[in-house]
Ligand binder design. Structure first.
Ligand SMILES: Nc1ncnc2c1ncn2[C@@H]1O[C@H](COP(=O)(O)OP(=O)(O)OP(=O)(O)O)[C@@H](O)[C@H]1O
Ligand SMILES: [Mg+2]
Length: 236
């Protein structure tokens, strides 16, 4: 697994610009977004629908390339990586939680969490142990054998979080992880992310509209008109 490449910030975004072109229409999603996130922080990115949150997370995670600007993750220039290094970055350094959980329907909760561990060829015994630990971490040890459709929405999202954490990523990117959930179920996700920051030492960037989630973040970044501003700290 990759080691920290520097003592600098976990994420450093500088002048990030991304414009989508569909036919003759240009949609500027990001217009020079800049910010840094130190290791170990839980940062929320808020902004109205269409403000560029998903675009930003995709660029940080190397799923998309910017038109201008740079993204550094653990000191590595994501835009400068070749395809193999990008794949390694996404597999070993970054964990993704998407808005819809993206679990594989025919696999049990445990098997879904195991997928990324198979990809890095972890030995079976070690794999089983890691899966057990992760499911316990998200409070689903009793539900290991259930398939996604046999789990509630909140439980599915917790499996997705466990899966994203499987390879001990240093950075967890979560795109509206509570978007599909009622507020009570959603309220349980953020404490879980908090616990994970602590127990796994991971840095978290979460895109959300959810007030409860925003209130629990170390810092809130406001994305508006394609630029980032630091939101006023939440009243405790
Ligand atoms: N693949 C694409 N092609 C063209 N335009 C796109 C594409 N993806 C996003 N956009 C546009 O870019 C802008 C930012 O989209 P993005 O998905 O990043 O917003 P968001 O903040 O994640 O919104 P939401 O809260 O609804 O998820 C929007 O205006 C959207 O229509
Ligand atoms: Mg989005």
């Amino acid at each position: 697994m990759s080691e920290p490449a520097s003592d600098g910030p976990m994420v450093a975004v500088e002048g990030l610009t991304r414009t989508y072109r569909t036919g003759r229409i240009e949609v500027p999603a990001l217009r020079g977004a800049s910010f840094t996130i130190p290791a170990g922080e839980l940062v929320a990115v808020k902004g109205r629908s269409g403000s560029g949150k998903t675009t930003l997370l995709n660029l940080i995670g190397g799923l998309d390339s910017p038109d201008a600007g740079t993204v550094r993750v653990g000191g590595q220039d994501v835009g400068g990586l070749g395809e193999d290094d990008l794949i390694r970055l996404r597999r070993e350094t970054i964990g993704f939680v998407f808005q819809s959980h993206g679990l594989i329907p025919v696999l049990s909760a445990a098997e879904n969490v195991e997928v990324p561990l198979r990809l890095v060829r972890m030995a079976p015994a070690e794999r089983a142990e890691r899966v057990r630990l992760l499911l316990a971490l998200v409070g689903l040890d009793e539900h290991a054998e259930q398939r996604p459709y046999e789990l509630s929405g909140g439980q599915q999202q917790r499996v997705a979080i466990a899966r994203a954490l499987a390879n001990r990523p240093r950075l967890l990117l979560a795109d509206e992880p509570t978007g599909q959930l009622d507020s009570e179920t959603a309220g349980a996700i953020m404490p879980l992310l908090r616990a994970v920051v602590q127990s796994e030492g991971v840095t978290v960037v979460v895109a959300t509209h959810d007030q409860t989630l925003l209130g629990m973040a170390d810092r809130v970044l406001d994305l508006s008109d394609g630029v980032i501003t630091e939101a006023a700290p939440a009243v405790p």
